[in-house]
Design a protein around this ligand. Structure first.
Ligand SMILES: O=C[C@H](O)[C@H](O)[C@H](O)COP(=O)(O)O
Length: 221
């Protein structure tokens, strides 16, 4: 989709020679990574920290050098997609199941830019089902607690089997409706034993690049 391409490619303009760059996951940041691949072929030196096995394969195929999160003290800039972004730049991520690594990479980054198309911008988070990453052991009990709270959890599946994240966890997609207090919801979810991470990304994005019909605009706080 052209809006994703415009946003994704625009973000590559913020990458400078010598940077350690967090490489997000998904169909929008795909275009950033493709662009970075071109720039690397033309002499740009960067090291990438990947957030998913898919991104690792893509980056490696384009000749982008990868290092693990353990090997770096900090990341200069991370570029990633999002499933929803509100006016405070809080977001829902994890539609592709990469939320845990994405959040760890984001939190180790001096700056985070999200790339989205216009449809991802919302007044309040919560229309997109919120991914909750859980360990497979006893996940039905977490599911029950979420059901009791009225969140209608759905175990994410792939080819008829539970979808497994890169860490071999499961994902329960929950239906929260409009989220009034993302902090409180995130805290409550994290308090459930067996929950590894939530797709609520709060106070993480510094700027959002929004792909429009013919251009991409940069929105800062
Ligand atoms: O787990 C997936 C990530 O959080 C993605 O960044 C997010 O789902 C947005 O992906 P896309 O750009 O494909 O809509």
């Amino acid at each position: 989709m052209i809006q994703k391409k415009l946003a994704g490619e625009k973000a590559a303009e913020f990458v400078e020679d010598g940077m350690i760059v967090g490489l997000g996951s998904g169909s929008t940041v795909y275009y950033t990574i493709q662009k970075l691949g071109e720039l690397v072929k033309n002499g740009l030196h960067i090291k990438g920290v990947s957030t998913s096995s898919r991104t690792s394969s893509l980056a490696a195929s384009l000749g982008i050098q990868l290092v693990s999160l353990n090997e770096v003290e900090k990341i200069d800039l991370t570029i990633d997609g999002a499933d929803e972004v509100d006016r405070n730049f809080n977001g829902i991520k994890g539609g592709g199941g990469a939320l845990l690594f994405e959040k760890m990479v984001a939190k180790a980054s001096a700056k985070n830019i999200w790339v989205v198309d216009q449809s991802k911008r919302v007044n309040a988070l919560g229309s997109f089902p919120l991914p909750v990453e859980v360990i497979p052991f006893g996940y039905t009990h977490v599911n029950k607690a979420l059901q009791e709270r009225g969140f209608k959890p759905v175990l994410r599946t792939e080819n008829g089997e539970p979808f497994q994240t890169d860490s071999h966890h499961y994902i329960l997609d929950i239906h929260t409706g409009s989220i009034d207090d993302p902090h409180a919801l995130h805290q409550w979810l994290k308090s459930l034993t067996g929950v590894v991470e939530t797709g609520l990304f709060i106070d993480i994005a510094d700027a959002v690049i929004v792909g429009e019909k013919q251009t991409a605009s940069i929105v800062t706080k």
